[in-house]
Design a protein around this ligand. Structure first.
Ligand SMILES: [Zn+2]
Length: 501
C-alpha cells in the first residue's frame, strides 16, 4: 500500500508550488525544484509506482497511481527542467545591437506599432528557441520512454486511461467544429488584420498578438481600477474578495515578478495565492479575471475531501471555472455595469472578445489534433478538412506549421513545433473546459437570470460545485449535476453561431 505516503505527497506538492511561486513572483532568482525533489526523494521509487498500480479500481486509487507516475518522471527530469528554466530566464536576444531579455520579447511584440520591428523582434528569438527546443526534445524522449516502462502504455493511451478522455472522439468533434466555423473565422480574421494594416495572407502570430493587445480599449482598462472592478463584481456574486483569510492577494511591485497574473494553490483550500502585477490593458484584466476564477475554485474546495480529490486530476474542471469568469468580459451588460463602458463600446468590445475566443478555441482545437499526431509519431498529411491523406509531412515542424496555419489562418512558422506543446495534452483539458464553460453559463442564466453575475444566489450555487475540488467530480459528472446528459460541443458551437449571426 502507498496510502501512508499521501501526507508526504501533499507536502511535496506544497513545497514545489511554493518554490514556483517564489520564483515567478520575483522573490527568488533561481528555480530550484531539484532541491525540493531531493528533500522528498523517498517518494520517487518504482516500487511505489508498482504498489500504487495495484489499486486503481477507485478514482482516488487511480489518481494516486497517476501522481506517483508523474512525480517519478518529474524527478527523472528535474535537472533538465531546471536547466531549461534557468537558461530561458537568463537568455537575451539581440535586436539592432541591443540586448533584450528573451522573456520580455512577447510583451514588446504585442506593444510594437511598427510591423517591421515586430518581425525583427520575433526573428531575433530564433537562436534561443533552438536551444530551448533541444531541451524539449530531450525531455519528450525521456517521457515517452518512462511512461512505457512504468505503465506499459504509449503516451496517448496512458493519458486517455489516466484522464478518462477519449481523445480520438474529441479530435473528431474538433475537426467538425473547425470546418463548420471556418468561413466565419476567415472573414473575421481578414477584417481584424485589415484593422492593423496587414493582409490576411501575410498575417503572422506576432501580428495577431499586436492586434489582440487592442490598445484602443486601454482607456477602459486602467491598472489602478483592476482590483476595484474585481472586488465589486465578486462581492455582488457573494464572495468577499480581498478579505478571505485563505486567499492571499500578492499585488506587491517587484522587478522580476512575471507580468501575467497567476494563481498558485499552495495548499488547497487553506492557502491560495493570487499573484498580479497590474499593468493595465484588456489582456491584463482578462488574465486576472481568469486567475481569480481558479482562485475561488480552490479557495472554496471542501477541506475534508482527500488530497487526491482536492488536488489531483485533470485541470479541465478548474479551467472551466476560470473561463466562466474570464468571459464575463464578453457580456455587454457586465461591461457597462462593472467596467464602465458606454453601450456602443461594450458592444464592440464584446465582439472583440468573442472573435478572440473563436481564434483561441480553433488554435487549441488544432493543437489537440497536432499533439495527438506528434505523440503518436504520425506524419500522415491532413487535408483542408483535417482528414488524413496518402501523403506525409517531411517533419513534425512542417506538420505543426501547416496544421496551425490551416486552423488559425495565421502563417505559423515551424520553429515552435515543440515549444508550443503542453505536457499531458493540456490543450485537450482547455478545450473540454471551454465546452463546459458555455454549458454552465447557460444554466446560470436559466437559474439566476441574465444578470447572474450580480446575484448572490449564483455564489451559493457555484460553491456547491467548487466544493468538489479538482477531481471530486469529473467534468462530465459536473455537467450531469447541472442538468445535462454529459459534455457536448454543440452548446459552444451554438453560442458562437448565435453571437455572430
Ligand atoms: Zn487557467
Amino acid at each position: 500500500m502507498v496510502l501512508h505516503l499521501v501526507a508526504d505527497l501533499e507536502n511535496f506538492d506544497e513545497a514545489l508550488a511554493r518554490e514556483h511561486y517564489l520564483n515567478s513572483s520575483g522573490q527568488k532568482d533561481e528555480l530550484e525544484s531539484s532541491k525540493v525533489f531531493k528533500q522528498f526523494k523517498h517518494l520517487f521509487s518504482k516500487e511505489h509506482v508498482t504498489e500504487a498500480g495495484k489499486d486503481i479500481a477507485t478514482r482516488e486509487g487511480k489518481l494516486l497511481y497517476d501522481a506517483f507516475i508523474g512525480n517519478f518522471i518529474g524527478n527523472e527530469l528535474k535537472r533538465v527542467t531546471d536547466k531549461a528554466n534557468s537558461y530561458e530566464a537568463s537568455a537575451f536576444v539581440e535586436v539592432s545591437g541591443q540586448q533584450i531579455p528573451f522573456r520580455q520579447v512577447s510583451t514588446l511584440v504585442m506593444n510594437e506599432d511598427i510591423r517591421e520591428k515586430r518581425k525583427m523582434l520575433y526573428e531575433a528569438t530564433k537562436p534561443v528557441k533552438k536551444k530551448l527546443t533541444a531541451f524539449e526534445k530531450k525531455s519528450w524522449g525521456k517521457v515517452y520512454e518512462l511512461i512505457k516502462e512504468l505503465s506499459g502504455k504509449s503516451y496517448v493511451d496512458y493519458l486517455s486511461f489516466a484522464k478518462e478522455v477519449n481523445y480520438d472522439k474529441l479530435a473528431e468533434q474538433l475537426r467538425d467544429f473547425l470546418t463548420g466555423t471556418e468561413n466565419i473565422h476567415k472573414d473575421q480574421l481578414e477584417k481584424n488584420m485589415a484593422s492593423i494594416g496587414v493582409r490576411l495572407k501575410d498575417a503572422r502570430p506576432y501580428d495577431y498578438a499586436y492586434y489582440a493587445r487592442a490598445k484602443s480599449f486601454d482607456v477602459f482598462f486602467q491598472k489602478e481600477k483592476l482590483l476595484e472592478v474585481a472586488k465589486k463584481f465578486w462581492n455582488d456574486i457573494g464572495i468577499d474578495f480581498g478579505n478571505q483569510k485563505n486567499v492571499i492577494l500578492d499585488v506587491e511591485e517587484r522587478p522580476k515578478k512575471v507580468p501575467r497574473a497567476f494563481c498558485m494553490p499552495v495548499k488547497v483550500p487553506s492557502e491560495v495565492i493570487l499573484v498580479i502585477k497590474p499593468h493595465g490593458g484588456q489582456e491584463d484584466y482578462q488574465a486576472f479575471f481568469h486567475e481569480s476564477g481558479h482562485t475561488e475554485h480552490f479557495a472554496n474546495t471542501e477541506a475534508s475531501l482527500s488530497y487526491q480529490l482536492r488536488c489531483l486530476g485533470a485541470n479541465s474542471v478548474s479551467e472551466a471555472y476560470a473561463f466562466l469568469i474570464e468571459y464575463l468580459l464578453s457580456n455587454t451588460t457586465f461591461l457597462q455595469k462593472y467596467v464602465g463602458m458606454p453601450a456602443e463600446d461594450a458592444n464592440k468590445f464584446a465582439n472583440f472578445i468573442m472573435e478572440q475566443k473563436l481564434q483561441a478555441f480553433r488554435r487549441y482545437a488544432v493543437k489537440v489534433i497536432y499533439e495527438l499526431k506528434l505523440h503518436r509519431n504520425d506524419l500522415a498529411k491532413l487535408d483542408d478538412k483535417f482528414m488524413p491523406t496518402a501523403e506525409t509531412y517531411s517533419s513534425f515542424a512542417k506538420m505543426y506549421a501547416d496544421l496551425l496555419t490551416k486552423a488559425t489562418k495565421i502563417n505559423y512558422t515551424p520553429e515552435n513545433y515543440l515549444l508550443d506543446v503542453d505536457s499531458g495534452l493540456y490543450a485537450a483539458d482547455y478545450v473540454r473546459a471551454w465546452l463546459f464553460e458555455v454549458m454552465l453559463r447557460k444554466k446560470l442564466e436559466e437559474k439566476f437570470g441574465k444578470e447572474w453575475f450580480s446575484n448572490k444566489e449564483t455564489g451559493k450555487f457555484l460553491k456547491t460545485l467548487w466544493k468538489w475540488g479538482n477531481a471530486g467530480k469529473s467534468i462530465e459528472e459536473l455537467a450531469q449535476i447541472t442538468g445535462y446528459t454529459g459534455l457536448d460541443i454543440k452548446y459552444l458551437t451554438e453560442d458562437f453561431l448565435q453571437f455572430f449571426k
